[in-house]
Design a protein around this ligand. Structure first.
Ligand code: PDD
Length: 286
């Protein structure tokens, strides 16, 4: 079955799907996006992802190019045409196609909307989680508005590549004071000796992850202690457990930070509990 991609009102075969060379997303990273999990044919936390998309658009002075209901139909139709039961969708909205210019194009310029759906193997993800991943720490060299989910991801690309070259699956970005901000494509968490969950507040310096928000709600539901505060690389290396959260990895245990083994080198108890319970807290929409 050939893959189908949604591009600006049309469902096209993967090989033929493209936007114009002068799309502002392409030339200027003038675009925002969302990545959302699909589980058992249902969309995970769509409402929160769409709320963040609307916020991201607002922060770059754009509006939704269609109603949320219409966007939901596009997403579902792309999922249906690709027959994906487990995987992700990628939705990108750019300021559209216009002659290259730093200032905004004419107000009537149509935004570009892309939706790509991808299958992912739940068995593979579980196998990865059973072992846990390594992360590599690196200076956070991104711009300051990382609260907006834009496609301006070059620093994250370079960080992830550097991590991969050292056998790590994620980069943990570190601010000038030695505190972990977040992962290149995930939020960062540790668990201390007492079983307290610790993650950086989302007011500044990180993206407010939807998975992070769901884990916060889940922790409250389960009566776990949670503190939103920054933590240093040294504190993380001495932590009892560490993990990352994202729509693509859900709750993923971290068992090594740089050369330091975390805990006994196996995924932690709290981490695995949150991973197991995650979808009971998440919203699943048909
Ligand atoms: N990334 N922080 C950053 C910088 C991210 O790019 C992401 C998600 C997250 C986690 O957010 P959420 O839980 O809403 O997925 C945190 C997606 C998965 C990506 O870019 O592919």
């Amino acid at each position: 079955m050939s893959r189908i991609v949604y591009v600006n009102g049309r469902y096209l075969p993967y090989a033929q799907a493209g936007v114009h060379v002068e799309d502002r997303g392409n030339q200027l990273a003038d675009a925002v996006y969302e990545v959302c999990e699909i589980k058992g044919g249902r969309i995970v936390d769509e409402r929160r992802h769409m709320a963040r998309l609307e916020r991201s658009l607002g922060e770059i002075q754009m509006r939704l190019p269609m109603t949320l209901a219409a966007l939901g139909r596009v997403i579902r139709e792309t999922i249906r045409r690709n027959r994906v039961r487990d995987g992700y969708f990628y939705l990108q909205i750019s300021r559209g196609q216009a002659r290259r210019d730093f200032v905004f194009p004419e107000p009537e310029t149509e935004p570009s909307v892309i939706c790509v759906v991808r299958h992912a193997s739940p068995a593979k993800a579980e196998a990865t989680a059973a072992k846990g991943i390594a992360v590599k720490t690196m200076p956070d060299e991104r711009w300051r508005r990382v609260d907006i989910k834009t496609v301006m991801l070059l620093p994250s690309v370079l960080a992830r590549e550097a991590a991969k070259r050292e056998g790590a699956a994620e980069a943990w970005l570190v601010d000038g004071d030695g505190y972990v901000t977040e992962g290149a494509t995930s939020n960062a968490w540790i668990v201390d000796d007492k079983g307290t969950l610790i993650t950086r507040p989302a007011d500044f310096g990180i993206l407010r992850g939807v998975t992070r928000s769901v884990v916060i709600d889940l922790a409250a539901r389960e009566g776990l202690t949670l503190v939103e505060r920054g933590f240093s690389v040294a504190e993380a290396k001495a932590a009892r457990e560490a993990f990352i959260t994202s729509a693509t990895g859900m709750v993923m245990p971290v068992v090594r930070i740089d050369q330091t083994t975390i805990g006994d080198g196996r995924p932690g108890r709290f981490t695995m509990m949150l991973r197991e319970l995650f979808h009971s807290q998440a919203e699943l929409a048909v």
